[in-house]
Design a protein around this ligand. Sequence first.
Ligand SMILES: *[C@@H]1O[C@H](CO)[C@@H](O)[C@H](O)[C@H]1NC(C)=O
Length: 201
Amino acid sequence: MNSYLLLGVFLIGVATCAELLTLPQNCINDFNMCIFKVHNKLRSLHFSPDLIVDSELQKKAIAYSQKMGVDDIFAHSTGLAALKMGENLAMSFNSQGYDMKSCGGLGKYFAEKWYEEIKNYNFNTHSSNGGVIGHFTQLVWRSSSKIGCGLAITKDKKAYITCNYSPNGNIRGRYNTNVFPNVTKYDKGEYNCEDTTDSFF
Ligand SMILES: *[C@@H]1O[C@H](CO)[C@@H](O)[C@H](O)[C@H]1NC(C)=O
């Protein structure tokens, strides 16, 4: 009886532990390039300087995306405040799976999803009109200077994305000096982050 119970517990443990796909290096490179370039493109519309890629932030982001994938959880990590690190997360499920030749598109898609929260942001009051704004405001936050992102994809077709930022944005009372209104509109279709003639780093 006891061993039967133990077996039951063991099976539950196995069932909640997802396996990760091994991503081809091209996929990782394209994802990193696109998510980085789209960030800086969007930041430029808001008069925020370019971010630079930080390898420590990137390592943490990859590890955290993988952890969310393996543990099948989607929640912010702990200890962000102590690290003065901002964290944007995204997750998707695609029943078709993902095209390993367009991981750049995945990076672009999620950065643009975060940016879409601009529609909830009130540039006069520097607060939300209703709805989430935190991913957008961290993305364009003027005094954040470094970024590191990571992608993980599970065998059950879930993609997890983490971007870490340093120093963190979204500091109360500082939105007016860190989130400037855009003077032009971002055109998704126009911006091709996979254009390899465009320089990266
Ligand atoms: C700023 O961006 C938003 C969202 O893309 C857009 O709707 C708006 O027209 C832009 N503002 C200007 C002045 O172009």
